[in-house]
Design a protein around this ligand. Structure first.
Ligand SMILES: NC(=O)c1ccc[n+]([C@@H]2O[C@H](COP(=O)([O-])OP(=O)(O)OC[C@H]3O[C@@H](n4cnc5c(N)ncnc54)[C@H](OP(=O)(O)O)[C@@H]3O)[C@@H](O)[C@H]2O)c1
Length: 306
């Protein structure tokens, strides 16, 4: 158990996906640590200079590269100790793109690769349960077979996402709270800020070389989630059970069979993984970094009253 990263290993770290929501947060978390040289892989340096001005001011260097242009990745990986991927996209990005980055990393002798997961335990899911998890598992298999060490970071759902309509629990106006199942199955949530802090730790921690790091800021059932929301905000909100887990599965399969666009059923697939308990994290390692105090839902809501 460590309270700080005393045996910090890699010092030059490349973030792929730096202009994105998680990429920026991970970048700031890394630059708060001593001895880190940070490189940000960006597709468009002109646009990125504006988007990432705080990180650049704090010492990060931009390097141009695109996961869909493999030849652009070799220079980006030179003298890099570890890569943290926070990219988002379809098969071309999550599987083909990350694989091209991994091949460049192997060539350059990069020692650690954290792929873009930051989610529930995708290894516990079956093919087809969740489209995004299928892509991430496909890449994970290739990473595990590569010459580069891996660390998978699993944190359940982002707290912020579960509070947004995308999380499917709340409607846009937060007047109803809907869920499938009996509402009594626990699931994991962690804030984006806390997840970034953990990523900045594990990437340099030899304890997580070729390991999965699992963490949760809070563990709640749907009913507990709703009760916490009501307790903290005092807002009236209607509880709306929508049916059984089987009903949810049937709805998703029906949408898929009818050729619905992915975005029409992907949020439901995330909901399924959570309320069914299928993606539940076990063997949480919250205690490994005692200086990080991940926010519970209650703490997050109190800190973000809007
Ligand atoms: N557990 C949860 O509840 C939860 C919720 C949300 C996200 N996540 C996960 O967190 C990870 C990061 O998501 P995010 O929301 O931070 O993503 P995001 O904000 O959409 O950012 C995606 C990043 O990927 C970059 N990118 C896309 N295609 C690229 C390519 N071909 N080459 C280089 N860079 C490319 C984008 O660069 P440009 O600026 O150039 O487009 C951007 O920097 C994903 O794996 C996502 O699934 C988890």
């Amino acid at each position: 158990m460590s309270t700080q990263t005393t045996q910090a290993q890699p010092t030059t770290i490349l973030i792929a996906g730096a202009t994105g929501m998680m990429g920026k947060k991970v970048g700031h978390a890394l630059l708060a640590k001593p001895g880190v040289t940070l490189r940000l892989l960006v597709r468009d340096t002109h646009k990125a200079r504006q988007k990432l001005k705080d990180l650049i001011k704090a010492g990060a260097q931009l390097i141009q590269g695109d996961l869909s242009e493999p030849e652009s990745l070799n220079a980006a990986c030179q003298d890099v100790d570890a890569i943290i991927s926070t990219v988002q996209g379809d098969h071309d990005v999550i599987v083909t793109g990350q694989l091209d980055l991994l091949r460049a990393a192997e060539q350059a002798g990069v020692r650690r690769f954290i792929p873009s997961d930051y989610s529930f335990d995708s290894f516990r899911l079956d093919e087809g349960d969740n489209y995004n998890a299928d892509l991430r598992r496909a890449f994970a298999t290739m990473l595990q077979q590569s010459a580069v060490s891996y660390t998978f970071v699993f944190n359940g759902a982002f707290t912020e996402v579960e509070l947004s309509p995308w999380g499917t629990l709340f409607d846009e106006q937060k007047t109803t709270f809907s869920y499938y199942g009996d509402g009594n199955t626990p699931f994991d949530i962690t804030t984006t800020d806390d997840t970034a802090l953990y990523v900045a730790e594990v990437v340099r921690d030899p304890a997580y070389q070729n390991k999965i790091f699992r963490v949760a800021g809070d563990i709640l059932t749907a009913k507990q989630f709703l009760q916490t929301y009501r307790d903290v905000t005092g807002k009236p909100i209607k509880e709306q059970p929508l049916g059984s887990i089987d009903d949810l599965k049937t709805l998703i399969e029906h949408k898929k069979a009818a050729g619905a666009p992915l975005n029409d059923y992907l949020p439901l697939q995330y909901h399924y993984v959570m309320v069914s308990g299928k993606g539940k994290l076990s063997e949480l390692q919250n205690n490994h970094y005692l200086h990080i105090h991940p926010q519970t839902l209650k703490a997050y809501l109190k800190a973000h009253p809007d």
